[in-house]
Design a binder for this molecule. Structure first.
Ligand code: SAH
Length: 365
């Protein structure tokens, strides 16, 4: 007769990457296993692409079975995987508490860049951004941040495929979850992990000065990108609500501090919103704000978000804006659009799926 074994509900088992070393060591000790197993297990996941404990062939079988009873390799489950014409991959991942986050793999030989999220939703409320439309639900754990990198890396061709760069530009405000982000990046940086050096990692922030200084104080060589979006406080406070509390001068001072501490050039991001912040006047103001600093400006033409009234800048407005910055000696680039056919921009796919779910709900009623 067949007996059905009671399966543990997946959500009852924690992601193994989320278990602190001391706790895992204690768990292993109870099973007469040495703490060196921790490194072995992590190496299997981070380096050797294991997706189950079963595959960890140098662990005793009974240990693999016990691990599988108590933990899962990944706490995040892909709920959608989209691949665009330009080979951009987008993963929608479900957390164990049934929330959804996004991450993206952008492939431009020889670079393979992962774009990752740090929070479910976002509390910053930038008026043009899909991620913050419903506020922030919670911070991601360090393991949830790390898992995004591992799962995106697993999409690159084995065995030598690896991530070359990371941009922390997905959902959420990295500085609002700095501790978990740094813990995840520390793990990702290990040579027996994903071997991702700080210099290849860009952390993008809305501009939270105290946390920017804290990041600078780590002395780590991360690349900092500051989402400026406007050259004066009046306009910026309309676009970026948190600006009311901080103000541009404090953000620029914190960015300058970051440069002094790390020697790393700071990038200023500027989303061009048609007829809102894309006029020659703003270009001139922006130029005088960044001139004389070791800085770079990244212009991002607005990506449409369903339900929001903002427009992309015209080609002419873009060209004029760039020219004014260039003539002032400012280093500037326009960010290329990748994966637009799969809603790759910040929070867009998640929002679309939520809107679809809501619509389906309405039909049923
Ligand atoms: N909270 C952080 C990181 C996430 S957003 C920050 O504010 O920097 C990463 C970048 O994408 C930011 O510069 C953000 O302003 C930009 N962005 C968000 N939504 C966008 C949209 N619809 N079109 C263009 N850029 C967008």
């Amino acid at each position: 007769m067949l007996t059905e074994l009671p399966l543990l509900e997946p959500e009852k088992r924690r992601g193994i990457l989320d278990v602190p070393d001391e706790e895992l060591a204690a768990w292993l000790a109870q099973r007469n296993e040495k703490p060196l197993r921790i490194r072995q297990i992590r190496r299997w996941i981070l380096h050797s692409r294991a997706t189950s404990f079963e595959q960890m062939s140098d662990l005793p079988k009974h240990l693999r079975e016990s691990l599988a009873e108590s933990f899962v390799v990944f706490s995040l489950t892909p709920s959608r995987h989209l691949i665009s014409k330009d080979q951009t991959h987008k993963l929608l991942l479900e957390t164990q508490d049934k929330r959804t986050i996004e991450c993206v793999l952008i492939q431009e030989e020889p670079r393979r860049t992962a774009c990752i999220s740090t929070q479910v939703g976002c509390g910053m409320g930038c008026v043009f951004c899909a991620s913050g439309l419903n506020g922030v639900e919670r911070n991601l754990t360090a393991a949830e941040i790390l898992e995004q990198l591992v799962q995106l890396r697993n999409l690159t061709p084995p065995p030598e495929g690896r991530l070359t760069n990371v941009v922390v530009m997905g959902m959420g405000e990295p500085m609002a979850n700095l501790e978990n982000l740094l813990a995840a990046l520390e793990m990702a940086g290990r040579p027996d992990g994903l071997n991702l050096g700080a210099r290849h990692i860009t952390i993008s922030t809305v501009g939270l000065p105290a946390k920017m200084r804290k990041l600078a104080d780590t002395g780590k060589q991360y690349h900092l990108a500051v989402s400026l979006h406007a050259p004066n406080d009046e306009l910026r406070s309309k676009i970026v609500p948190t600006n009311d509390k901080t103000g541009i001068p404090e953000i620029m001072a914190a960015a300058e501090y970051f440069f002094e501490k790390t020697g790393r050039l700071v990038t200023y991001e500027y989303v061009l919103l048609g007829q809102l912040n894309d006029s020659p006047k703003e270009a001139r103001e922006l130029a005088s704000l960044v001139q004389g600093r070791v800085a770079h400006v990244n212009l991002i033409p607005f990506n449409d978000v369903e339900g929001l009234p903002w427009k992309r800048p015209t080609q002419q407005a873009q060209t004029e804006f760039i020219n004014i910055l260039r003539q002032s000696g400012v280093s500037v680039k326009v960010r290329k659009r990748k994966g637009s056919d799969i809603d790759a921009a910040c929070g867009q796919l998640r929002r679309k799926v939520e809107l679809e779910k809501a619509a389906a709900g309405t039909h049923r009623n």
